[in-house]
Ligand binder design. Structure first.
Ligand code: 4AD
Ligand code: MG
Length: 460
């Protein structure tokens, strides 16, 4: 079955006069002047290939004329130059084999444009649409590019655990993993008899474990699924998302920002280079001006603001924000977007947030009011990356952990990393879906992950 050629390869190589064989799903059928025109797509690229089926085909009346959108086909024929507008080659069919029918009365994807909300209810069919098909290709290209970026920069990939007993962000948003029945979860130590003998959960970040390997292999990254039981029903939050987390020893906040900015610009450049056809679709139908905006991100250095400067900008703006701003409060999406869209006109790196609103592991700045944190904010999305230099001083870290209410015994291993050969180190987390959202211009994060999990929703 794999002997056939991808439609993307046929369209890029254009070997007119050659025999080809393709498989795919029918997008449209049109009959005209005793001929049938079939638009076939196999997901390898946005474009369909046109197949011309003539009445001489043995199954022309019995099958070809009955084909409808969604049917799966195998076509063998001759690649010829196409006289039609918008395409250079087409296939003159020698055989059309129907692999699977799709009843037009019940197949939900008709030729008209469907809303993304409607398509969400069809997680099993929506990748067959132009927009969601394009998102899947861009997502895959970006995922490969991330591995390429780190490999070229000499980073080691580490597989951090999905099940963990450490709440990295300290925000209590872990999904519990238990082998007990609900009725057994009682008493003062309900997890004592559980599978791991203590409470375990799905990871909210691989950072703490990545730090372990950074302190043996210097430059590492982890890229995996991440889970947060936060009740945020927004267009930028998922309960299950993928995060890219590099961690670098012998690195301070400046080095951290440099790697993060270089990576984002590299990824945007890769998408512009490798996914131009899909990005052109998004630019035309989803987010006008997308390619120009991405080109600027690729070419122009990011703006920098300290948190204190950012708050001053927001206070000065006179904007009627839903959440009032003052020094010490966390920035909300509306503030982040204002800073990118109205102040920086592009991505902006905000640094040195108040210590009180950031997790225990961030390095305390001199003066003790702020930490060596950095967030990269991008237009249309807000926070794309959150990172920091880590606290490498044992006493300072232990004090901050105690203040955050963490059990120092349970995190003894984390403190050991500062006890034995501690070094300055830093890292960040990039929300992969937010990156795909940024690059595709998709409004809602649920469109950029194949199977979105959000409060109240986990179909498939
Ligand atoms: O800022 P966060 O919470 O940082 C961390 O988890 C650090 N431990 C990362 C590190 O330094 N290694 O999350 C990092 C990024 C955010 O900037 C955002 O892009 C994304 O992860 N993110 C989410 N994406 C989708 N849905 C959610 N619920 C997300 N929460 C965070
Ligand atoms: Mg954050």
């Amino acid at each position: 079955m794999m002997a056939t050629t991808r439609i993307a390869d046929i369209l890029s190589q254009q070997q007119v006069g050659s025999e080809v064989e393709i498989n795919g799903w029918l997008r449209t059928r049109r009959d005209s002047g005793g001929l049938t025109f079939l638009e076939v797509n196999d997901g390898s690229c946005l474009a369909n290939i046109q197949v011309i089926a003539e009445a001489e085909l043995a199954n022309y009346q019995t099958e070809v004329c009955k084909l409808s959108t969604g049917c799966s086909l195998s076509v063998r024929g001759l690649l010829v130059a196409s006289p039609a507008k918008g395409q250079t080659v087409e296939i003159r069919a020698e055989s059309v084999t129907v692999l699977g029918w799709a009843d037009p009365e019940t197949y939900p994807l008709q030729k008209k444009r469907h809303s993304f909300e409607f398509l969400r209810s069809l997680a099993h069919l929506r990748p067959r649409t132009n927009a969601l098909g394009a998102v899947a290709r861009v997502r895959s290209a970006l995922s490969f590019a991330i591995h390429r970026f780190f490999r070229e920069q000499g980073f080691l990939q580490v597989h951090t655990p999905v099940i963990t007993t450490s709440d990295c962000e300290g925000a209590g948003e872990m999904f519990t993993v238990t082998a007990l029945e609900p009725g057994d979860l009682q008493g003062s130590d309900p997890f004592g008899n559980d599978f791991f003998g203590r409470r375990a959960g799905l990871t909210v970040s691989g950072q703490l474990q990545a730090e372990i390997y950074a302190l043996s292999h210097s430059r590492v990254y982890t890229f995996g699924p991440t889970f947060r039981a936060e009740n945020s029903n927004t267009s930028r939050h998922l309960a299950e998302f993928w995060m890219v987390e590099p961690e670098m020893a012998f690195c301070d906040l400046r080095g951290d920002m440099e790697v993060a900015e270089t990576m984002v610009r590299f990824l945007v450049a890769t998408a512009l280079d490798e996914c131009s056809e899909d990005l052109a679709l998004f630019d035309q139908y989803i987010a006008k001006g997308l390619i120009d905006r991405l080109t600027l991100v690729r070419d122009k250095p990011f703006a920098h603001l300290t948190y204190t400067e950012a708050v001053a900008e927001l206070e000065r703006s006179g904007q009627p924000f839903d959440f009032p701003v003052q020094w010490g409060t966390d920035l909300q999406a509306e503030h982040e977007r204002y800073l990118c869209e109205q102040v920086a006109h592009g991505p902006v790196i905000v640094t040195n947030y108040p210590e009180s609103i950031k997790p225990f592991y961030m390095r305390l700045d001199d003066g003790g009011r702020t930490v060596a944190a950095m967030d990269i904010l991008v237009p249309g999305i807000g926070e794309l990356i959150g990172g920091s230099q880590r606290e490498e001083r044992l006493e300072v870290l232990a004090a901050r952990m105690a203040a955050a209410g963490l059990d120092l015994e349970q995190y003894g291993w984390y403190l050991d990393l500062r006890r034995f050969g501690s070094v300055p180190h830093a890292g960040f987390g990039l929300g992969f879906e937010r990156l795909v959202q940024f690059v595709s211009g998709m409004q809602n994060i649920r469109e950029v992950i194949p199977f979105p999990r959000t409060p109240g929703s986990a179909p498939c």
